[in-house]
Write a protein that binds this ligand. Sequence first.
Ligand code: CU
Length: 365
Amino acid sequence: MKRDPHTSSVDVSRRCFLGQAGTGALLLGLGGLTLSEHAFAAAPHSAGATTDSPVSPAAQAALVVAADPTRLPSPIQRKHSVHHDITLEAREVRGHLADGSVFDFMTWNGQVPGPMIRVRQGDTITLTVRSAASNTRPHSIDMHAVFGTGGGSSATLMPPGGSRREFFKCMYPGAFIYHCAVPNMDEHISRGMFGMIVVEPEDGLPPVDREFYLGQHELYTKEPFGSTGLLQFDYSSMEHEDPNFVLFNGTVGAFTGASALKAKVGETIRVFMVSGGPNLTSSFHPIGNVWKNCWPQGALANAPLHYVQTQSVPPGSCFVGEMELPVPETIKLVDHALTRVARKGLLAEIAVEGQANPGVYRAIS
Ligand SMILES: [Cu+2]
């Protein structure tokens, strides 16, 4: 596709959606689907009944909201500024939460987290936000990459069916959260209304072989973890900051087992993680590896820290970290507050395939 060098609509690579990742057994029937080529139009898809266990009619009709971690814009190569026209749509959708259970999510473009936006320091953006006519609640957007009242949230408050536009210049580099910012913002973020905008430094980021994009958030439900059917939001447990679910990308165990993310021995990989919260701080750790380079708070203007085991990622912030892969293994990405992994659904895996490297690691007996 040819682009005017000074005007770019969105710069998103077309890495294969669900080609190497998936969202667990509920997605296994999605082979062959075709995505829209619009950069941020990752429409959710009907998952169908593909599990071995019985799935309720509500679950069968629900949509997949988990964003594909491999579907993110390519690194910025250019050395000049451009203008971007970007559109995000607020969509309230019933989506898969776990095998046999569904939840009424609030999303940007039908996915959790919302699409990753990637620009360069000095770029300008005309952001159009619109709200699907089928929505029932007002929405707005606060981008932490914006100088302006409420990060733009006052200017973008819209009713169902409405739309708003704003212009901003990306003055400073870093990885920043965007999120809905209406008065019930804690509920809206918990239901999925958050995403990441990466403003690359003028000199860009170091080259890596693969990149992944994840979003952590917690869900407050009336029903306990493991319940089936349509689960209901619970304001009381949110007030007590005591969620039943802690999730990557809105789905229990979405990228595990046969649906694990893939990488190869000898590669370097980068993980972008946005912590939506709304309340829990993630203690982000790669089990079986270490963050060789990482930028706490997504603060890309600074030199990275090296060989960090576990990095705090507070709600309303982002993390950028890189790993080297000297041995074949399955890396488990977790919040090291491990009850969230063992009992609340948070886990993503990266299956690293390749030749054993016994000089670095081997099991002996
Ligand atoms: Cu909202």
